[in-house]
Design a protein around this ligand. Structure first.
Ligand SMILES: [Zn+2]
Length: 123
């Protein structure tokens, strides 16, 4: 199983964002926050825990899952981010290390409607 699916199935994105101080409000049946990208900050950052634990900012188009958040916003390396998710959510690390992140972003679009985040600023 690709680790992207493992992350989307088992990482509670709302819980993860709250841990990093992202202020999330429940708005009808969606979770909405201010976009954590400093150059954006629009109050249009929507988290969908029902649909694969993914986020999308309608202000700047930034999107992804728990792993994208840790690498692109928190600034962890991919390996560190996977270890963090493993410890925090009790997912065996070998289940998370199935693929190299950046390839998986492009390759694993299964059951995910939004385009995978192509943000390579740390590479
Ligand atoms: Zn944004």
């Amino acid at each position: 199983m690709c680790h992207r699916k493992v992350i989307r199935d088992r990482v509670n994105l709302v819980e993860l964002l709250l841990q990093f101080g992202i202020d999330i409000d429940l708005f009808y049946d969606c979770y909405v926050a201010y976009c954590p990208l400093p150059e954006c900050g629009a109050p249009l950052f929507v988290v969908d825990p029902e649909y694969g634990n993914t986020f999308l900012c309608f202000g700047c188009g930034f999107q992804g899952d728990g792993l994208d958040f840790l690498t692109d916003i928190v600034g962890l390396s991919c390996g560190d981010a996977l270890e963090f998710l493993s410890e925090e959510f009790g997912i065996p690390i070998e289940e998370l290390r199935g693929n190299v992140c950046w390839e998986a972003r492009v390759a694993d679009t299964g059951h995910w409607e939004w385009e995978p985040a192509i943000k390579m600023k740390h590479r």
